[in-house]
Each structure stands twice: as C-alpha cells, then as structure tokens.
Design a protein around this ligand. Structure first.
Ligand code: NAD
Ligand code: MG
Length: 399
C-alpha cells in the first residue's frame, strides 16, 4: 500500500492510543489525518498536537471550547461536531483508512458511512456487527470497502483463514472449515466461588488477568458477554452458522483463536496479549510491520491450558448464543441491555448478577413485541433505543 492517511474514531480510548503508538513507528508510510473523542479533551489536544492532525471531532460546542483551550497556541485543526462530524470524517475523501474504535452503538453511523465510502476499515468496535451485522456487511460489499477485523479473536481467525485475507469478505462459509474456535481467558472470576459472584465490585470485575482494556469491555470479559458478542461478530464476518462456532477457555490468552479444517488441521494464531499486534496487522496488511510487541516467551510460559466454558458461571455467554439463534432484534437487545446494565453496575446501582437478569428479561420483552424489518440504521437504532428504555426500567426495579 502507498502512503496511508488514517482517521481514528475513538482516539483517546485504549484501542485508539495503541493505534497511535503503532502509527508513530511508521511515519514514513502513514500519518494521522483525523481523531475523534467524546471526553478527555486535554488528551485529544495532546494527541492532535503530537500527530499534527488536520481534523478533530468532538461531541458538542462545550467540548470544542475545552479542546481549543487545551490545544493552546498554534494553528488549530478543523473541529467538527457530533455525529454529523463523525460521519463526514469517516467518509472524507482525504482518508484512506478508518480505525473504528468508538465504544458502543455510537460507532454504527460513522462506520456505515466509512463502508459506503469504500474505505479500508479496521474494525475494533464490535457493537456495529452485533446490532447491524447484515446491514453493515452489505454496506461493505456495496461500497467496495475492505474490512480487517481488529478484535484479537477475529484478527486471529482472519490470519488463519486464507479465504478471508484474500477476498477480505466471505459471503459463504468455506466448506473446508469444520468450526471456528474462539478462545477466552475466562476473566477475573473463572475460579471464584459461584456464591461470591453476587458481591463482586466494579474494581474486581475490571481487573482483567491478561489484557488492559476500557472499563466496559473489561466487565464484558468478566461476564463473558464479550465472548458472546464475539460469537455474533464471527458469524457475520466469516459467514459462519452459530453451530460452527465454539468457545474454549484458555486462561493464558496466548492463542487468540483457531480455525479447525475438515482434514483435521487446526490453525492457531499466537502472540502476547497486546492489541498492537492486530492493529499493526490491520495497518500493514498485506505486509507485516513492526508493532512494538515483545516476543512470545513460550518456554517461560511453559503450558497452554484449555477448559469448557460453564454456562452457570457465565450465563451471559449462553444468552448470546440464544440471541443469535433467535433474531437480530434479540442481538440488538443483548448488546443494548448489556450497555445499560454494565454502566449501572460500574456506578454501583445494580449488582453483578443483575447484569444477566436484566439482559435476559429485556430480550424476552423485545422478542415478544412487534419489531419492524431491520433493514436500515433507523430501525436498528429504534430497537436499540426501545431496548435501553426497557433495560433501564428493569435496572431501577433491581436497584
Ligand atoms: P475505551 O472506552 O477505552 O475508548 C472508547 C473511545 O470512544 C474513547 O475515545 C471515547 O472518547 C470514545 N467514545 C465513547 N463514547 C462515545 C460516544 N457516545 N460517541 C463518540 N465517541 C465515544 O474503549 P476501548 O477499550 O478502546 O474499545 C473500543 C472498541 O473496541 C469497543 O467497541 C471494544 O469492544 C472494542 N475492542 C476493544 C479491545 C481492547 O483491548 N480495548 C479489544 C477488542 C475490541
Ligand atoms: Mg476480543
């Protein structure tokens, strides 16, 4: 690929900062054109100055004022505002590559715009595929965009699946594949006494044993809802039916996922648990570039363990498989109700065990309703919105 101009949506987050770290190692072949953030304007200003970006996107006028104050002297980048600003930037003709690293449903509209504009999309956000997988994959095909998954499991599968890396998008599950095996660390509560789950704190839930990540995804790793979202992601990315996707707990997080072929071969991708490997793979593709990630100390680690996931300990994983088998509306609600419940758990308004309860009851309500055809962003966001209202109601009765 020739010189690459990158837009990072969600640059102040964990993935955003790792992306900037990788880009800084390749200033001859890539530059940052645009950044976006929702809060922490000082951080955004610091990044914008360091990388000399042309455009920043901030949520509103107040944030713009804070950004300008924090930026200090020097020629300001263009400041764009809110969702229209994100959409304009994700489809800007000056942008080659869009790193989609906004957390949650807020990434949906900009990433759809990037797909329609035929960008090279590095997709870290998982909610876009979970809530609107069909719509998004159609937009990628129609816009002739290319799509490289950054979530480490899907990036691993992409690396182990020549069809995916050759064509970027798979329309039909290759017959040569017996199943995809998504690995999961099991999170901080893998061995905790089941009776103690009711009283775990947000700090304990966020203390992931292997990965350093944003708070919301850290809680999702503890409940394994994260793995559930990843099963749905894999279904859309690799056109794989749910019964050909399995989850295996692998506490060391060194194998990032595997593809099992019908001839008995299993291809795995291994590496340190550091997102810069997937990010560098996405930025460099089809070349391999330096990421700053250290060597894998296999002999120091010594062993690789595997366990079956236990649905009693991880009811959110079971709910995810069920949602995928039920309907797209169920998947939208799974994601939306989880966002609401995790937010309130982090604010100590509900308990850890309320999270699966709220999700399950929300799905039951939404599936019982008459939902519209989910063939456009507005109808997807409508079900998302409705699900959040239902989940908030359930949370306040749980609190
Ligand atoms: P984070 O919370 O650290 O950062 C989120 C970023 O999005 C920030 O820049 C924030 O300002 C911005 N943002 C938040 N709400 C917004 C809104 N309403 N509108 C616009 N911008 C908003 O999150 P993260 O851990 O970097 O994760 C980003 C995405 O990547 C998530 O979807 C997550 O599931 C996915 N992901 C993360 C990891 C990881 O290791 N962190 C791994 C795989 C996938
Ligand atoms: Mg992952």
């Amino acid at each position: 690929m020739s010189f690459q101009r990158v837009c990072i949506l969600g640059s102040t987050g964990s993935i955003g900062c790792s992306t900037l770290d990788v880009i800084a190692r390749h200033s001859q072949t890539m530059a940052v054109y645009a950044l976006s953030a929702y809060s922490r304007m000082e951080k955004l200003a610091e990044q914008a100055l360091q990388y000399q970006v042309q455009v920043v996107v901030v949520p509103d006028g107040d944030a713009a004022t804070q950004f300008i104050q924090a930026y200090g002297k020097g020629s300001l980048p263009e400041i764009r505002i809110g969702e229209p600003g994100l959409i304009e930037t994700a489809s800007d003709s000056a942008v080659d590559t869009v790193m989609a690293a906004i957390v949650g449903a807020a990434c949906l509209a900009p990433v759809l715009a990037a797909a329609r504009a035929g960008k090279r999309i590095l997709l870290a956000n998982k909610e876009a595929l979970v809530a609107a997988g069909g719509l998004f994959m159609d937009a990628v095909r129609q816009g002739n965009a290319s799509l490289i998954p950054i979530d480490s499991e899907h990036n691993a599968i992409f690396q182990c699946l020549p069809e995916a890396s050759r064509h970027h998008i798979i329309s039909e599950a290759p017959k040569s594949i017996r199943r995809l095996l998504l690995t999961a660390s099991g999170g901080p509560f893998r061995t905790l006494d089941l009776n103690d789950l009711a009283s775990v704190t947000p700090e304990q839930a966020c203390a992931h044993p292997n990965w350093s990540m944003g708070k919301k995804i850290s809680v999702d790793s503890a409940t394994m809802l994260n793995k559930g979202l990843e099963v749905i992601e894999a279904h859309w990315l690799f056109a794989m039916p749910a019964d050909k996707i399995d989850v295996v707990i692998h506490p060391q997080s060194l194998i990032h996922s595997m593809v099992e072929y019908i001839d008995g071969s299993v291809l795995a991708q291994l590496g340190q648990p550091d997102m810069r490997t997937s990010i560098a793979y996405g930025l460099g593709f089809p070349e391999r570039i330096e990421s700053g990630v250290g060597l894998l100390g296999l002999t120091a680690m010594g062993r690789l363990d595997f366990e079956e996931p236990d649905f009693e300990r991880f009811p959110c994983l079971k709910l995810s498989f069920e949602a995928l088998a039920t309907s797209q509306a169920a998947c939208i609600t799974l994601n939306a109700a989880n966002e609401v419940a995790v937010d309130l758990f982090l604010k100590r308004k509900i308990s850890y065990n309320d999270i699966p309860r709220v999700i399950s009851n929300s799905i039951e309500r939404v599936v019982g309703m008459n939902t519209p055809a989910l063939d456009c962003l507005e109808s997807v966001l409508g079900v998302d919105h409705e699900s959040r209202i239902i989940a908030r109601g359930l949370c306040s009765s749980a609190a």
